[in-house]
Design a protein around this ligand. Structure first.
Ligand SMILES: NC(=O)c1ccc[n+]([C@@H]2O[C@H](COP(=O)([O-])OP(=O)(O)OC[C@H]3O[C@@H](n4cnc5c(N)ncnc54)[C@H](O)[C@@H]3O)[C@@H](O)[C@H]2O)c1
Length: 326
């Protein structure tokens, strides 16, 4: 199955390798910056272009992978859907709910398969925690705490530092946790959030987000882009029979540097000590779906819900008031 990648830096480089390992072939690489498309394409014997919309229409492309900065996802999701291609879209699915709904409507109208890359569902550590909870090992869960972050990522043209583009640590980084929390504990009822973005330079962000889930469980999620280096993930789940804990700085979770096309450190993506990367597992899950073997772990509606949770958290931080989910 042939893949066209749109966005050839951080996640483009990352996914090219993992999609290939999962059995896909990279046939075309598109990027707004020609050198980035050329550099990645040359590693896979693929074609390179800056005309990413035309790339969606190529006859030899089965899957379009949308790996650009978040606000541009929808344009390519719609173009790929209209060209009848299946779609792998990085998280966040869109920057706004309107974008998400436009993307879903285009995929449904075209009858194509749309996968949103909420990779935390594929981290074995998180899957193990979920399995323990589902098996009742800690009893009835009452409180959950998650923590994720490190440096503020750089990205092409420093787009992560542009709040309107990235939505800061809340929309870009702890959206991973929002998705996982909903996957494990069901829909949220209400959120209250505070963050530091107005008080510091935009290269720094720190958010504390508290959800009350419809089940009554309280979840506190912290996200940081305030560290001088490193990347750390923590989870604590408290139930009436016991507690589950995971801390990436204590467990043998590897950390790898992701390089930008210019060779400068751009962002740190968490790795995993197990044999198959969770990013590769995403592609296997997507491929099984394309091959008609079951449904993937993440649905497009899950992608919309995660954006909804992030937007509600940002609204709460802006207004100083809790936001209810209807
Ligand atoms: N799942 C994860 O662990 C994870 C980690 C990092 C980033 N992400 C997400 O992946 C997406 C990409 O992030 P990144 O870190 O790779 O960013 P990046 O800045 O490193 O790479 C983005 C690439 O897209 C190109 N680009 C920018 N605008 C474009 C446009 N309109 N059309 C075509 N190409 C364009 C840039 O030139 C750049 O090469 C974001 O949505 C981000 O939130 C996910």
């Amino acid at each position: 199955m042939n893949v066209a990648l749109i966005g050839c830096s951080g996640m483009g480089v990352h996914h090219a390798g993992h999609a290939t390992k999962a059995g896909f072939k990279i046939v075309a690489c598109g990027d707004a910056i020609k050198e980035r498309a050329v550099e990645l394409a040359s590693q896979y014997g693929a074609d390179a272009t800056t005309d990413c919309l035309s790339l969606c229409k190529r006859d030899d492309v089965d899957v379009v992978a949308v790996l650009t900065p978040t606000p541009f996802h929808t344009e390519y999701v719609v173009a790929a859907a209209e060209a009848g291609k299946n779609i792998f879209c990085e998280k966040p699915f869109g920057r706004t709910l309107e974008q998400c709904n436009t993307g879903i409507a285009a995929a449904e109208k075209a009858g194509v398969k749309l996968f949103v890359g909420h990779v935390v569902r594929y981290f074995q550590e998180f899957e193990t925690i979920k399995a323990q909870i589902d098996a009742g090992k800690v009893g009835k869960v009452g409180f959950v705490r998650t923590y994720r972050g490190g440096i503020c990522p750089v990205g092409a043209g420093n787009w992560f530092r542009d709040w309107d583009m990235s939505g800061g640590v809340t929309m870009d980084t702890i959206i991973h946790d929002f998705d996982w929390i909903r996957y494990v504990f069901g829909d949220p009822a209400q959120v209250f959030s505070q963050n530091l973005r107005e008080q510091f330079d935009k290269a720094i962000d720190y958010a504390m987000v508290t959800f009350r889930m419809k089940s009554g469980i309280i979840v506190n999620t912290i996200g940081t882009w305030a560290h001088p280096g490193g990347f750390r993930v923590k989870v604590e789940v408290c139930g009436d029979n016991g507690m589950l804990q995971f801390d990436s700085s204590e467990a043998p979770l590897s950390v790898m540097m992701r390089e930008t096309a210019s060779g400068m450190p751009g962002m740190i993506v968490p790795g995993s000590p197990v044999g198959v990367s969770p990013y590769e597992l995403e592609w296997h899950d997507f491929k099984n779906w394309l091959d008609g073997k079951g449904r993937p772990r993440v649905t497009p509606q899950d992608g919309v819900w995660a954006v909804r949770m992030a937007l509600a958290a940002l609204e709460s931080a802006d207004t100083g008031k809790p936001v209810a989910f209807n």
